[in-house]
Design a protein around this ligand. Sequence first.
Ligand SMILES: [Ca+2]
Length: 349
Amino acid sequence: MLSSSTACRILSFTAMTVVLAGCSTPSAYQMPMIAPPARLDSESPAERRTALIRESNQGLNAIPLLTVALNDENLVVRRTAVRLLASHGEPAAESLLIAFTNNDSQVRRAALQALCLLKSSDALTPTLAAALKDDDRSLRLLAVQQLAATLPVTGERLELLQAAAKDADPEICRIAQDATWPFFRETTLLKNRTDWDHDVKTIQKIQLPKEDWAIMTDPDNDGHTKNWFAVDFNDSDWQRIPIEDHWEKAGIQYDGYAWYRKTFAAPEKPAKYNAVELNFEAVDECAWVWLNGIYIGQHNIGPSGWTIPFSLDVTKEIAWGKDNQLTVRVYDSKGGGGIWKPVHLEVLE
Ligand SMILES: [Ca+2]
């Protein structure tokens, strides 16, 4: 078996031959202008590294040499080789795929970073699938970020993200879960409608009951797959707590996802109105909301959203003069969590 330095030397010769063969007007007088052969057989890693850089500066012919150097016994030489391959872009893509199978996780990571810049997520799917199984967390994180970056998430990318949503690392898990979360709706409030040039007046403001909301924690984040938002879902075995305070005050010491459900009576239909909105004075921290089984929108701006009021349009979803079923999925990353301020139904004109 060839040692890596012997293989480098052979490839160095091959690369030089290609350089010479590539000259359009080869001539004995031009020979002295070509850099002396690289010292890739040097015992010194610093000299081998310098030689790699010099070869790489000559152009794409250095790619085979750099590929062999990925297996150099010295980690600095190996990592220099992958960095130089990345600098050659698309022509080095095949070599970067080889680098991605390297024993050195830093070489694998540098290769994957370069490949993510060169190829679309769909073209890179097999590589990203392998990266999601890497022992090195940074490779799994890079892969999940890449898979989640292109919307919509469908097909094989969706399947991979669904698998990554069960990763042992909480950050990787969260990115994958967010990317595969199937509910989104943009709400348009009356005051923001471009076709609306009147002052918006609140003609009825009905505070929802404070007491007796059903709550269930969802540590596996799969309540939506069990239809916890459905009107006819049976929540009779869920704990009852008041809103307008953090769930910790009701004895639930918990950070993560949790679901609230409440049935409330809506008033009779007003003679005249232009919109109906559900206003949350504050939910700590993020919220996803259904009314009568229909998804109506979200408040999802991260931890800083815990004290920011928000409203969602329910003009089409409200059932006048009847019971209405409200479901709120809450995410709390730290500290107090829950629907800690009042919720109102607002009839607007
Ligand atoms: Ca919090």
